[in-house]
Design a protein around this ligand. Structure first.
Ligand code: ADP
Ligand code: MG
Length: 459
């Protein structure tokens, strides 16, 4: 870690330090709880980083006399984790800091300077609307549910929970709902923000001892959308606050839409009661687009961009080889556009392959055991955790054996490694599973059909 003295920081360094300190504050709220944070730690400021010692300040002896024995160790541990490389943390008393005007330390300022903009709620992306969302098998249910929420004046289910891997259209759909509602009924207050932003707003309000305003702000909206809820996993205070906001809005019959990278029941580090609330309405998954949908999305994007002509053979090659997600597909297209604009020559398939070789390579990567477990447990409608559990009933054990079998044939992992990843089982258990599946595959036609479907989904 570099040495930054407060007087000769450049803007970038300042922003980095501020952001790191903001992380410390967030962790402190989570560790000590909001009440204690508000009483004792909200005045803690970043002072300087000198000789790998991080100096923090408090405005009075009274505070530091309490904070150092009670929270000093915790603060030190958190700071060492976040400001990697520091030797220690020192808390000093600095009564000269004007807490309101000190622009270097002011939390508000951190948010403005960091990449978290200070807009509340977060702005909507004009490119994300219903009309340019291309529908296919993998997303039609989510699309229909989102459309339903946008079109109904009354709440018919609450919340709508959209989930799926990155770049599959969660944010796009949420923004589309927001635009649509605003157009239909401009009076309804739609608020969209990421769970991360929710957390920062929350911590900020604690800092400013202004939690009531925060609560009111969020409880007076008509439609609340929280994106990427997985971010608050393990953040207990934020979860608690979100839980209350959630309940209060549901009681008032206000619509809530939440997105996450996995289904509510699979959200590790989220309290049971919140998980159960989140799955109370409609839970809709966005799956990976199949070839046909990827093709249609690409064609629509080419039309949207309108800058360059991309031959069908190139589009087909992209759709065939970039299977990970739509964002990557778009990225590839954008890169091709940039290239054509620069070199001013028509694009051939060979050039496209060269320009995008890294993307193609990354998409060839083999499937992981975790993905296999996930797919198989979804397919058989059991929990992912059952893959690792010791439960032996056949409805659990058979899918588990199938997943082990698929791990053997679709990955390069060794048998002991596979056993380990299935809740620490022995490699003989894996051998047994593989044999069992092979024999059923030969004798049972419907069983082999299941295996074929699953196998196909990995290629
Ligand atoms: P997520 O929030 O799930 O990570 P995004 O909503 O940000 O993904 O989508 C990533 C990009 O892919 C965006 O530019 C979005 O417009 C585009 N996209 C995803 N799905 C579709 C779709 N079905 N039709 C058109 N564009 C899509
Ligand atoms: Mg998103």
């Amino acid at each position: 870690m570099h040495n930054f003295s407060i007087d000769n920081l450049n803007n970038d360094q300042e922003t980095i330090l501020n952001k790191l300190f903001m992380k410390v504050q967030v962790e402190l709220v989570e560790e000590v709880g909001q009440a204690a944070f508000k009483s004792w730690l909200s005045a803690l400021r970043l002072n300087k980083l000198d000789n790998n010692i991080l100096f923090l300040s408090l405005p009075s002896n009274f505070l530091s006399d309490w904070v150092i024995p009670h929270y000093g160790h915790k603060i030190d541990t958190i700071c060492k984790r976040i400001f990697v490389g520091i030797k220690k943390t020192k808390i000093i008393v600095n009564s000269t800091v004007n807490y309101k005007d000190n622009s270097f330390n002011d939390f508000e300022d951190l948010i403005t300077k960091g990449n978290l903009n200070n807009n509340y709620p977060s702005p909507l992306d004009p490119r994300f609307n219903f009309s340019n969302f291309i529908i296919g098998k993998s997303n039609e249910f989510s699309y229909a549910a989102a459309k339903k929420v946008a079109e109904s004046a009354k709440v018919s289910f609450n919340p709508l929970f959209l989930f799926g891997g990155v770049g599959l259209g969660k944010t796009h759909l949420m923004h589309a709902v927001a635009w649509d509602i605003q157009e239909r009924t401009p009076k309804r207050r739609v608020v969209y923000l990421s769970a991360e932003k929710f957390m920062y707003e929350f911590v900020k309000s604690l800092r400013h001892k202004d939690i009531m305003t925060f609560k009111e702000k969020f409880r007076s909206v008509d439609v609340l959308m929280i994106d990427d809820i997985q971010f608050i996993a393990g953040k207990d205070s934020t979860q608690e606050e979100f839980f209350h906001t959630f309940n209060s809005l549901v009681d008032q019959k206000k619509q809530i839409i939440v997105s996450g990278d996995r289904s509510p029941s699979d959200l590790d580090g989220v309290e049971e009661r919140l998980k159960s609330r989140l799955s109370f309405g409609v839970v809709a998954e966005l799956n990976k687009a199949d070839y046909e949908l990827r093709l249609r999305i690409l064609k629509s994007k080419v039309q949207e961009i309108q800058k360059i002509k991309v031959d069908n053979d190139i589009i087909e090659h992209l759709a065939k080889n970039i299977t990970s997600n739509v964002r990557e597909l778009e990225g590839a297209l954008r890169r091709l556009c940039a290239h054509v604009e620069l070199v001013n020559r028509p694009l051939t398939l060979d050039t496209a392959k060269q320009i995008l070789h890294d993307i193609f390579k990354a998409n060839k990567k083999s499937v992981t055991i975790e993905e296999i477990q996930k797919k198989v447990s979804e397919y058989f409608n059991i929990r992912h955790s059952d893959m690792l559990s010791t439960r032996r009933s056949r409805i659990i054990a058979r899918p588990r054996q199938i997943a082990m079998f698929l791990s053997k044939i679709c990955t390069t992992k060794s048998l002991p490694e596979i056993g380990k990843r299935f809740g620490g089982r022995d490699h003989t258990t894996v051998i047994h599973a593989v044999k069992k599946v092979e024999s059923l595959y030969k004798t049972d036609a419907s069983f082999s059909e299941h295996i074929n479907v699953l196998k196909k989904s990995f290629y």
